[in-house]
Design a protein around this ligand. Structure first.
Ligand code: TYM
Length: 327
């Protein structure tokens, strides 16, 4: 069975963007692939984090994966920092990554713009991500559009390594959702909804209360035309709301457009809010149960053991092919 792998950083609370771009596809495909989902906690420290908050968020991420429908019997669930081979392989890959190639990563350019002291970790972050993927021979990597370039780097690094050292890595393919590859900020619909945006009014967090969700959706920025149809360029706010509705209802964009063609913006927003509230309240109920049970530690213990064993084998292959160590 081919392997599918993804991860969501615990650098902020997860949003409906994380759910739609990152988790939803893993849930949909968990019956068809050998599925891995992990918490890239080492990625989170590429920018400063509060230790207590980070620890909490790691646990919250896992409980949310489960609450969103990730079945622990069908998925291997683990923490990146509990398997040292991720960083070992990352170093090996760094040594075959060209500076120019790393420089071209657009997310680094964006993230480093708004900071004063940019860490080297933020720069090499996509290489650690390549290690996360290549260590387990993942064939498919479900991600939102913003991570496509990083998966492409992993592909290039794998291809280059295999070319020089033999058939060591599986070449991964990104799986980008057809609808919802980039959920936009509700206050600034030309910008991605991101868990780390300062202004939280445009972000719906998975654990927001009903009142807050409704408030945020009802005050989403739209346009002055007054007609509901999908046109990302000219109507980014309305198109984003239609996309959110489509993602939560599993209706196509055309079907959603048809449903709302006679609606005014207020009605559309109300219906989007109803649907999002209904879905998130269900997730939140399950989340509470998982947080209070011991399941998070249980699945992480199982996952840790399994992935360390798998990664050790792959890392040994890599070392052998490079002449490292005493294999
Ligand atoms: P991260 O934590 O920023 O985001 C997690 C996943 O959610 C997707 N996503 C979105 N999709 C659509 N619209 C949005 N507004 C939105 N916001 C987030 C992201 O595309 C991503 O799929 N580097 C990765 C984490 C990572 C990883 C990996 C992923 C580390 N190693 C290996 C896959 C495989 C990241 O920062 O994602």
């Amino acid at each position: 069975m081919k392997r599918l792998l993804t991860g969501l950083q615990p650098s902020g609370d997860l949003t409906i963007g994380s759910l739609i771009g990152g988790i939803k596809q893993s849930v949909e495909f968990q019956n068809n692939y050998d599925s891995f989902i992990f918490v890239p906690d080492l990625h989170a420290i590429t920018v400063p984090q509060d230790a207590t908050l980070l620890k909490e968020r790691i646990k919250k991420n896992v409980a949310l994966y489960l609450a969103c429908g990730i079945d622990p019997n069908k998925n291997t669930i683990y923490l990146q920092s509990e398997n040292l081979y991720h960083t070992n392989l990352s170093w090996v890959l760094e040594c075959s990554t060209y500076i120019g190639e790393a420089n071209r990563m657009t997310q680094y350019k964006e993230k480093s713009k708004s900071r004063e002291n940019v860490s080297v970790g933020l720069f090499t972050y996509p290489i650690l991500m390549a290690a996360d993927i290549l260590l387990y021979d993942a064939a498919y990597v479900p991600v939102g559009a913003d991570q496509k370039q990083h998966v492409e780097l992993a592909r290039n690094l794998a291809t280059r390594f295999n070319h020089t050292h033999g058939d060591i890595f599986t070449i991964p393919e990104p799986l980008i959702p057809k609808i919802g590859a980039k959920i936009m900020d509700l206050q600034n619909p030309t910008k991605k909804m991101s868990k780390s945006n300062e202004n939280q009014k445009g972000i719906i967090f998975l654990l927001d209360s009903e009142e807050i969700i409704r408030k945020k959706i009802m005050s989403a920025v739209t346009d002055s035309e007054g007609k509901v149809y999908y046109d990302v360029e000219n109507k980014p706010g309305i198109s984003n709301l239609l996309t959110i509705y489509s993602s939560f209802s599993n209706l196509s964009i055309q079907e959603v457009e048809e449903k709302f063609k006679e609606s005014n913006y207020g009605n559309l927003k109300k219906e989007v809010a109803d649907l999002v509230v209904e879905s998130l309240l269900q997730i939140q109920k399950k989340y509470q149960e998982f947080m209070e049970s011991g399941i998070v530690d249980e699945v992480l213990n199982q996952g840790k053991e399994k992935v360390n064993e798998l990664a050790r084998k792959k890392y040994e292959m890599v070392c052998k092919s490079l002449g490292l160590g005493r294999y």
